[in-house]
Design a protein around this ligand. Sequence first.
Ligand SMILES: Oc1ccccc1CN[C@@H]1C=C[C@@H](O)[C@H](O)[C@H]1O
Length: 336
Amino acid sequence: LAQQKTLKDAYKDYFPVGVAVAPRNLSGPEAEFIVKQFNSITPENAMKMGPIHPEPGRYAWEAPDAIVAFAQKNGMKVRGHTLCWHNQTPSWFFTDDAGGQVTREVLLQRLKQHITDVVGRYKGRIYAWDVVNEAVPDTGTSIYRASKFYEIIGEDYIEKAFEYAHAADPAAQLFYNDYNTESRAKRDKIFQLIKKLKEKNVPIHGVGLQGHWSAYEPSEGELQESISRFASLGLAVQVTELDVSVHVKEHGRRERTEADNAPVAPEAFTRQAAQYEMLFNTFRKNRGVLTGITFWNVSDKTTWLDNFPVRGRKDYPLLFDGQLQPKPFFNKIVDF
Ligand SMILES: Oc1ccccc1CN[C@@H]1C=C[C@@H](O)[C@H](O)[C@H]1O
């Protein structure tokens, strides 16, 4: 039986193929599987602001160090995720010594210290950073999400984050990362933000389309439009958190209902297979502009979508099933 091609081999002339990992994935059978199929990794949580910097003056380096060491040992690239994000941020970051809210100056100083310490520690070992994650809101006309960073510092927290990261590692490729980037309204706001940053000569090199998609969206046209719009700003584009849910996207609903216990309809799996085939055809067509594809989680055994948006609803969003076996449509993605 001809040895089935691996993802990283199939795409070696296109772009690195990565996966989000936690330290628990880096030992045992999963570790071997990750090295076999992928040539890039992203810490799923270990480098987020809270997990890596839980208290003033204390960094939790063990997990991120283990992930970077695993990549170095296995000749894999590393994407750093993420230096400035309104979620999983430690509350101390915004609180002054008297327990009140910090000033703009104090928060900028803390952001600079955080980014300088984290990027500096891995200088030369992390080729791309998600510097700012999800700064643009899904609704409304403002291009700035009303986060504490925005409320306390103002809109320039974004350019400052990029400048701090660039100063700490001038060779690292710096990305703006977001989700729902195929919704026209949100894409236009992200485009406006990045155009402003480019006009101010802010060191930004790429846009990360998170790629939390489903069997039903985006269309090929919407995806191509996103890639082309951001490329038109002279930026690299990457898909940074790819998974393709078999459920219709409903970001508002968190609680399970009786209907969630029904088995997934076979048509959903058929649609998902067609969606994955379209996605990778489109990725290949954009070789050179698209400089990386990263899956969010290794297999259906552990996917963050089992708890988001609906708590406890099983999803089957990845190329490998709960036993790390490739799905039937895997061949369509590696044999082209
Ligand atoms: O798809 C979404 C919808 C609403 C909010 C956030 C997201 C995605 N948000 C992502 C998902 C998982 C986290 O581990 C990543 O760090 C984050 O970038």
